[in-house]
Design a protein around this ligand. Structure first.
Ligand code: MBD
Ligand code: FE
Length: 285
């Protein structure tokens, strides 16, 4: 392999990282109830049968699907596929009871335990990191309006080339990833750069599906965040920028009007203000 080939971000390398990350963090399926598995597996398989009958799916189409499903696993793109096309409905169902902040999907590129910068600070970035500097002030409160001191705000986003550290090669480990802890008034101030729109990898199986169906691969520029505090439900969200051409056709269907920022020009940089309202944990199971 040439130097260039080894260093180019590829679907296979970011997919392998995303698969490994997911397996190391999540204890998926540990508590699956057989009755739920039976019900859900039957309904999903039944929905596929209905589609085959309704559209008279051919053996060629069945074999194309089989071949594609095999390659999604080989490319490590199950986390990407699921988070782009399925997670938004899981998130909708999981958070429909909330009175506080709207959230949205986590996506495949979260990494826990990013470096803590206190209540005010910058995301780690390279010398000369490109992109408009952004200064974000905000407050974390409970649904009753009381400020939450010591709340954790974890932030991660792509760089100006749309690449995430730990999933694309040659980027410092914690680049554009950090955690903040709110002060005694629940306040924080985060300095970063404005991320670029993000195109999901086009050279893997998800890219093949997109090309075969004539779709596009874009997500609007977004800042990922998790806000949490003791006794409160974890909020996972993404924040978006007005005017992005993909706000209305996000491939991951994860944009909500409540998650739109309002950047103000302030000379060389822009300022944003965005607060989080967390729901108290309910005791009822
Ligand atoms: C991303 O950056 C992302 O946020 C989602 C949801 C899917 C793919 C890439
Ligand atoms: Fe993202």
């Amino acid at each position: 392999m040439t130097q260039e080939q080894t260093q180019a971000p590829s679907a296979a390398s970011s997919g392998a990282s995303a698969t490994e990350r997911f397996r190391s963090d999540k204890k998926a399926g540990a508590s699956a109830d057989p009755e739920r598995v039976d019900l859900l597996a039957r309904e999903v398989v039944g929905a596929v049968h209905d589609t085959i009958r309704r559209h008279k799916v051919t053996y060629d189409e069945y074999n194309a699907l089989k071949s594609w499903l095999i390659s999604v696993g080989e490319d490590g793109e199950w986390p990407l596929f699921l988070d782009v096309w399925i997670e938004h409905v899981v998130e909708e169902v999981a958070t429909e009871h909330r009175e506080g902040n709207k959230g949205t999907i986590e996506g495949p590129y979260y990494v826990p335990d990013s470096p803590d910068q206190g209540a005010r600070g910058s995301l780690p970035m390279r010398d000369g990191e490109t992109g408009t500097p952004l200064v974000w002030t905000g407050k974390v409160t409970s649904t009753d309006g009381s400020p939450l001191a010591g709340a954790k705000v974890e932030v991660w986003h792509a760089d100006n080339d749309g690449l995430y550290s730990q999933f694309a090669p040659d980027i410092p480990e914690w680049n554009l990833r950090a955690s903040f802890t709110t002060d005694e008034n629940g306040d924080f101030e985060i300095t970063t750069i404005r991320p670029a729109p993000y195109q999901i990898p086009t050279d893997g199986s998800c890219g093949k599906l997109i090309a075969a169906a004539g779709w596009h691969a874009w997500r609007p520029a977004h800042i990922h965040v998790k806000a949490s505090a003791p006794g409160h439900e974890l909020l996972t969200a993404q924040l978006y920028f007005p005017g992005d051409e993909h706000n209305d056709d996000d491939i991951a269907s994860a944009v909500k009007p409540e998650l739109m920022l309002d950047p103000q020009d302030a000379g060389e940089h822009q300022t944003i203000s965005y607060d989080f309202v967390l729901d108290p944990e309910t005791k009822a199971a």
